[in-house]
Design a protein around this ligand. Structure first.
Ligand SMILES: NC(=O)c1ccc[n+]([C@@H]2O[C@H](COP(=O)([O-])OP(=O)(O)OC[C@H]3O[C@@H](n4cnc5c(N)ncnc54)[C@H](O)[C@@H]3O)[C@@H](O)[C@H]2O)c1
Ligand SMILES: Nc1ncnc2c1ncn2[C@@H]1O[C@H](COP(=O)(O)OP(=O)(O)OP(=O)(O)O)[C@@H](O)[C@H]1O
Length: 291
């Protein structure tokens, strides 16, 4: 565990490198970025800015793929949406991502602007941080692969009618869904859309899929928790086709009789956390768990 494999203590003491991605379409974030950059540089951590983020605030930047090759860890500045998008686009590099919360909820982002300076002062001590490995979901439709940190949602195309979907596990039929759609969530995503429609919370370091129907027109449909080594296939039987929504951010269209295959991604995402971060405390603080 720990940053040891990517950021060794020695590296931190000499000079480590962090790659920053900013919440898109918010040029007013520049003042916070400059403050944050100052905190990193004070701790001898060199900062590189991602190209689109840099263009937004009139700075110099580098392409995300090159950034991943260059730095020891990535930093997302924004809310949960920004962090999800950074993780989805970079997890294959194996670089851990730290979320600095400038958003509204900030369930996944670990450190607030107020906490950042002291967090960075202590980063050279292995006792003060943790790296969690979280499963990613891999989807395939129309010969195209996509990856989700939170969820893949199969949703109806038309507001006026329900969607029909047949589901198989490892090639064997196990259910037919009829309703507004289906959420296939990772444990990380269990506190997102899945929570809103009554799905179970699953501890984020568990390896499992959660399959939760959205507004099923049935008295018998229930959310399912399935082992991560299953391959799940959903076939759209509806003549209107369906939308496949990845982490609420990317959308693909599928037609009648086309399938979406879902399995665990071979690589996990790494999140850099404060050592003392406790999932149930975050649940309580952000989502009023147990109140
Ligand atoms: N009705 C709903 O609850 C609903 C509908 C559509 C999408 N979503 C979720 O929004 C996610 C995308 O988030 P976004 O921030 O880009 O969109 P967004 O700005 O629409 O935010 C959705 C809300 O969910 C929170 N959130 C996101 N991921 C979370 C997680 N893993 N645990 C707890 N809270 C989380 C965000 O902080 C935000 O408050 C999707 O993956 C999907 O799960 C939820
Ligand atoms: N790279 C990206 N591409 C497309 N959309 C993005 C990207 N990053 C963030 N977004 C979207 O921008 C919106 C705002 O971003 P973000 O979620 O980071 O801030 P927020 O809504 O203020 O915070 P929170 O999610 O914590 O409530 C979200 O809807 C998110 O999905």
């Amino acid at each position: 565990m720990g940053l040891k494999s990517t950021i060794t203590k020695e590296k931190l003491k000499s000079k480590s490198k962090a790659g920053i991605v900013l919440r898109p379409s918010t040029p007013e974030i520049k003042d916070d970025y400059i403050k944050i950059k100052g905190y990193f540089e004070k701790q001898n951590i060199e900062i590189f800015l991602e190209k689109n983020s840099a263009n937004m605030i009139d700075e110099e930047g580098i392409d995300l793929d090159i950034l991943c090759d260059t730095v020891d860890f990535l930093v997302s500045i924004g809310g949960d949406g920004t962090l999800i998008s950074v993780v989805r686009r970079t997890f294959r590099s194996g670089k851990p991502v730290l979320g600095i919360n400038l958003g509204t909820l900030g369930f996944l982002t670990d450190v607030s602007l107020n906490e950042l300076e002291s967090f960075l002062q202590n980063l050279s001590d292995d006792e003060n941080y943790r790296i969690d490995s979280r499963m990613m979901i891999k989807g395939n439709a129309n010969l195209k692969n996509f990856f989700a940190f939170n969820d893949i949602v199969i949703s109806r195309n038309s507001l006026s009618s329900m969607i029909k979907v047949d589901a198989k596990i490892d090639g064997k039929p196990f259910n037919s869904y009829y309703g507004d759609g289906i959420i296939i969530s990772s444990p990380t995503g269990s506190t997102a859309y899945n929570l809103s429609v009554g799905g179970p919370l699953v501890y984020p370091l568990t390896d499992a899929f959660i399959v939760t129907p959205v507004a099923p027109h049935s008295l018998t449909q229930r959310p399912l928790v399935l082992p991560a080594d299953f391959e799940i296939e959903f076939t759209i039987t509806d003549n209107q086709g369906a939308m496949v929504i990845v982490d609420g951010q990317d959308i693909y269209e599928v037609e009648q009789n086309q399938s979406i295959k879902i399995q665990i991604a071979s690589k996990k995402a790494k999140l850099l956390h404060r050592k003392e971060r406790n999932y149930f405390e975050v649940l309580n603080e952000k989502l009023q768990w147990g109140n």
